[in-house]
Design a protein around this ligand. Structure first.
Ligand code: C2O
Ligand code: CU
Length: 489
C-alpha cells in the first residue's frame, strides 16, 4: 500500500503509528511498513534529455502564467511558470548591477516573488504581505551588492507558497563577480544547473493535495524531477563540470552522492564560494539550499553511466530510508577543456562571536494547538507562535551582529530554517550529526535541523530597515504557520 493510502485509510499519523499502535503492529510486518512505503520514490527510465533553462540577463520581464510542459515522457502537464514552459529562466546578473524585474501576474490568484538569498530592500523582498493581485503587475528593483552565488526565486503568498512552488514556480538567480570569474571555473556546456524537485502526478496532472498528516511531515513526491523533467540524462564530456544544485522541493531532503561513490568537491553554498574546495562523497541538501559542486568525469571510461543519487540517511523518518536515482550522466566525448581544481577559492571573514550583541533562541520543536503531538493535528510554530502578518516578533538593529539558535532537540521532524534579508555563518551544530557539513563552511541563508539537533548561526544585519521573515523552508510547515516577522530598524 502506498503511504498516503495507508494514512488515509487508517486515519492515523505515521509517527503515531510508529510510536506504537498494537493494531498497526499486528497489521504490519516491519517498522518500515509502519512508517510507510519504503520504496517511496519511483526510479524512472532516464531516457529524457536534461532540460537546460535559458539564461537571461539585463532587465528581465517575467509573466506568471498557467502553461504546460512535458515533465514525464511525452505527456503534457499543466504547470504554473514564469515563462512559457516549466520553471523559470535563469536570471544571471553581475554584482554591482541594479536589476529591474518586471512581473506580470496572469494567474487567477495573487502571488509575489521572493529572491531567496538576495539582500534587497524590504518592499522588494517578496514578504507575504506584499502580493501582486491576480492580473496585476509589479517591478522589483534589486540592487545586487552581494557575492557571486547561486540564489533562486519563488513565490511567497502565505498559505499558498508550497502549492505555487510545487506547481512549477521556481527559478535560479545567479550572481557573478570578478573574484569568481578570475577562478575560470567550468562554464558554458561544463556548467550545469540542477534543480531537484519531487512531484506527484494524478494522471498527467501535477497532484498537490497534502493530507493533514502530510502538512505535519511535508508533502513527499514519488517522482524526482530535474529542471522540470522526470528521470533525465545528460551527456558529459570527459572533463570537470560545475553543477549548481538547488533543492527546490517543498519538503524532501536529498543526501546527494554519485552511484560509483566518486569524490566530488563542494565549492560554494547558499551565499557563494567557500574558502577552499571541500571534498565529499555525500552531501545533505535541504529544501531551499544550494550547493555549488565540481565533479571530474575525466577518469571515467567513454559510455560509462553514473547517476547522481540520494542515499539513505535515516531509518526512522518518513524520508531518508530509501536510496534513489536523480539524474543520469553518460560520459561522451573527450575533454576539450583543461581544468585544475583551485586550492583556494575566496576569502571568507569569520564573524567573531564576540561581536554579537544579542543571542536569540528559537524553539522550533514544539507543536501548538491540537491534542498535542502529531496525532493531534497541532500547528507548527516557532517559540510557540504561528505566523501573524501584523505582529513583529523580533526587532534587531541595522548593521549589528547577533547569534540565533534554532532548537530542534526535542523535535521529531526535519526543519530547514531560512532567514530573509541576511546571509549567516553556522557556528555549531549540537546533537544529531554534531558537526558542520561542507556547505556550512561558507555563507548560508538556509540551514537544516534534523530531529534532535540545535544549530547556532551568527549574522550581521543589513541596513535595509523593514520587516523580513524567518521561517521553516519545509513549505508545508511554512504555510502551516512556521514563520515569524523580524524587523530591522
Ligand atoms: Cu525560499 Cu522565505 O523563502
Ligand atoms: Cu519545518
Amino acid at each position: 500500500m502506498r503511504r498516503r493510502e495507508f494514512i488515509k485509510s487508517s486515519g492515523l499519523s505515521a509517527i503515531t503509528a510508529f510510536a506504537g499502535s498494537s493494531f498497526l503492529l499486528n497489521a504490519c510486518h516491519t517498522e518500515e511498513d509502519m512508517i510507510g512505503e519504503p520504496n517511496w520514490i519511483v526510479d524512472g527510465s532516464f531516457n529524457q534529455p536534461l532540460f537546460l533553462p535559458v539564461v537571461i540577463s539585463g532587465n528581465p520581464q517575467l509573466t506568471i502564467q498557467t502553461t504546460s510542459g512535458q515533465m514525464v515522457g511525452n505527456t503534457t502537464t499543466s504547470v504554473l511558470s514564469y515563462r512559457n514552459g516549466p520553471l523559470g529562466d535563469i536570471i544571471k546578473v553581475s554584482k554591482g548591477e541594479t536589476v529591474n524585474v518586471q512581473v506580470q501576474n496572469n494567474l487567477a490568484e495573487p502571488t509575489n516573488i521572493h529572491w531567496h538569498g538576495l539582500i534587497v530592500p524590504e518592499n522588494m523582498d517578496g514578504h507575504p504581505k506584499d502580493l501582486i493581485p491576480a492580473g496585476g503587475s509589479f517591478t522589483y528593483t534589486l540592487p545586487i551588492q552581494q557575492r557571486a552565488g547561486t540564489y533562486w526565486y519563488h513565490p511567497h503568498p502565505h498559505g499558498d507558497t508550497a502549492r505555487q512552488v510545487f506547481m512549477g514556480l521556481a527559478g535560479l538567480f545567479i550572481v557573478t563577480d570578478s573574484e569568481e570569474t578570475a577562478l575560470n571555473l567550468p562554464s558554458g556546456e561544463f556548467e550545469i544547473p540542477v534543480i531537484i524537485q519531487d512531484k506527484r502526478f494524478s494522471g498527467s496532472s501535477l497532484d498537490y493535495s497534502p493530507t493533514p498528516d502530510e502538512i505535519m511531515t511535508g508533502y513527499l513526491g514519488e517522482e524526482v524531477i530535474v529542471n522540470g523533467i522526470y528521470a533525465p540524462y545528460a551527456d558529459v564530456p570527459k572533463s570537470w563540470h560545475r553543477l549548481r544544485i538547488l533543492n527546490g522541493s517543498t519538503a524532501r531532503v536529498y543526501n546527494l552522492a554519485f552511484s560509483n561513490g566518486m569524490v566530488f568537491y563542494v565549492i560554494g553554498s547558499d551565499g557563494g564560494l567557500l574558502s577552499v574546495p571541500e571534498s565529499v562523497t555525500s552531501l545533505m541538501l535541504c529544501p531551499g539550499e544550494r550547493a555549488d559542486v565540481l565533479v571530474d568525469f575525466s577518469g571515467l571510461p567513454l559510455g560509462q553511466a553514473v547517476f547522481l543519487i540520494s542515499k539513505k540517511f535515516s531509518q526512522y523518518d518518513l524520508q531518508g530510508r530509501q536510496e534513489f536515482k536523480i539524474l543520469k550522466f553518460v560520459v561522451e566525448g573527450a575533454a576539450s577543456a583543461n581544468f585544475t581544481l583551485p586550492s583556494s577559492l575566496s576569502a571568507i571573514a569569520t564573524i567573531p562571536t564576540s561581536s554579537a550583541i544579542e543571542t536569540r533562541i528559537f524553539d522550533i520543536a514544539a507543536m501548538i494547538g491540537g491534542m498535542g503531538g502529531h496525532g493531534g493535528m497541532g500547528q507548527h510554530s516557532i517559540n510557540g507562535k504561528t505566523f501573524d502578518m501584523d505582529r513583529i516578533d523580533e526587532t534587531v538593529q541595522a548593521g549589528t551582529t547577533e547569534i540565533w539558535e534554532f532548537d530542534n532537540m526535542m523535535g521529531d521532524e526535519i526543519h530547514p530554517m531560512h532567514i530573509h534579508g541576511v546571509q549567516f555563518q553556522v557556528l555549531e551544530r549540537i546533537g544529531g550529526r554534531n558537526k558542520i557539513i561542507a556547505t556550512e563552511k561558507g555563507w548560508k541563508d538556509t540551514v537544516l535541523l534534523m530531529p534532535g539537533e540545535k544549530v547556532r548561526v551568527i549574522m550581521t544585519f543589513s541596513t535595509y530597515a523593514g520587516v523580513f521573515v524567518l521561517h521553516c523552508h519545509n513549505l508545508e510547515h511554512e504555510d502551516d504557520g512556521m514563520m515569524l516577522n523580524y524587523r530591522i530598524q
